[in-house]
Design a protein around this ligand. Structure first.
Ligand code: S3P
Length: 170
């Protein structure tokens, strides 16, 4: 059975939806950011501050390699996982990649008070989100086997749509 891999911008719901999907499929859920935090003993923000983004990206690449070989798991990734083409190649070898698509307005609403997103410090603004999305959208799009438009949908609808669209390939 293939893994189910969620990609998408910060605040697109990867962790929440991934957790629910795993429960529905009776599979283990892994979140690469949380696994990196467990392994390093530092939060993602601390890694960016104490070290730098490069260090985080190298921890992320190693973690992607580890989780991609786990059997039958649901994987939530960090929003920047697509920046490294190796990550996508590795994840696609064992998994179906699902992009949770959301626009900058919705993302801004969801993460206005978020403090654990170092790339959006000191404060997430819609302008900053729009700029980052402009760079990343084509990466999400080309990495994805399945695209889910999350606009105007609740968690249950999103989970059901993913299950319907991936049912035959999983
Ligand atoms: C990042 C997204 C974050 C985390 C790190 C970098 C990004 O994960 O991996 O702060 O580059 O978009 P979430 O998408 O879970 O917030």
């Amino acid at each position: 059975m293939a893994n189910l891999v969620l990609i998408g911008f910060m605040g697109s719901g990867k962790t929440t939806i991934g957790f629910r999907l795993a429960r529905a499929l009776r599979r283990r859920f892994v979140d690469t950011d949380s696994e990196i935090e467990k392994l390093t003993g530092l939060t993602v923000t601390q890694i960016f501050i104490k070290h730098d983004e490069r260090r985080f990206r190298s921890e992320e690449e190693l973690m992607v390699q580890k989780v991609a070989v786990l059997p039958d798991v649901v994987i939530a990734t960090g929003g920047g996982v697509v920046l490294n083409p190796n990550n996508i190649a590795v994840l696609r070898q064992t998994g179906v990649v699902v992009w949770l698509k959301a626009d900058s307005e919705l993302i801004a609403q969801r993460i206005t008070s978020s403090r654990n997103r170092p790339l959006l410090r000191p404060k997430p603004t819609e302008q900053k989100i729009r700029e980052m999305l402009a760079v990343r959208e084509c990466l999400y799009s080309s990495a994805a086997d399945v695209v889910i438009d999350t606009q105007g949908k609740n968690h249950e609808q999103i989970v059901n749509e993913i299950l319907n669209k991936t049912g035959e390939i999983l």
